[in-house]
Design a protein around this ligand. Sequence first.
Ligand code: SF4
Ligand code: SF4
Ligand code: FES
Length: 246
Amino acid sequence: MERAVFRVWRGEGTTGAFRDYTTEIVPGMVVLDAIHRIQADQANDLACRWNCKAGKCGSCSAEINGKPRLMCMTRLNELPLDEPVTVEPMKAFPPIRDLVTDVSWNFEVKKKIKPFKPRTPDAPDGTWRMAQADVDRVQEFRKCIECFLCQDVCHVLREHAMHDRFIGPRFLTYAAALEMHPLDSEDRIAELRNLQGIGYCNITRCCTKVCPEHITITENAIIPLKERVVDRFYDPVSRLLRMFRS
Ligand code: SF4
Ligand code: SF4
Ligand code: FES
């Protein structure tokens, strides 16, 4: 039977070190299988978060060979096994233990985004009319599994730790899903610019590249929101019209 070495981060809070574990592997295994085997045979106290093992719960996010990925969707046959496979926690969030990070900041951010506010119905029976194209446009954003890999890879959070000024690609996508919803009548543009830091995104596309749901975060969510911010705050004609209205 083949064997491979996994270099796994072991730690409490911010202190810790990598430890090597050699374990047996079989065809079809993913990184999460190897972590489970190590847990079962060699390190019963190794902490990792997971639920579905099917790429749908967003719990098993980690950094594998330095890249943000889902452990349950990373096949061993995609990785070079002639050297140790490094598995470590996401860097953009506070470490709790081993592979587990505290992602609760994300849920606090989500609560601050203005919720869906439907416009008044289009017909006396309380129903609305929507163009199919408008429905289709936001459907992509609803695939998000909240794995926060996009948040982890984004340099604004990862390197600059601007968690107090920037909501990150996941929540720009969430805001886009609400803003572009054909029934929504809420206005989130001023917050996106003034409080949620959309200007810090410099369209590097790293978030789009790591999304396991293949959501085109940058082009389909962030750029259209940036365009709305520019229209609102920097377009001289719009500004003039707003001054007259007010
Ligand atoms: S495109 Fe913007 S949000 Fe996405 S990783 Fe780059 S800076 Fe962050
Ligand atoms: S947008 Fe993609 S990468 Fe970001 S949290 Fe959702 S599924 Fe994960
Ligand atoms: S265990 Fe659910 S996404 Fe990996």
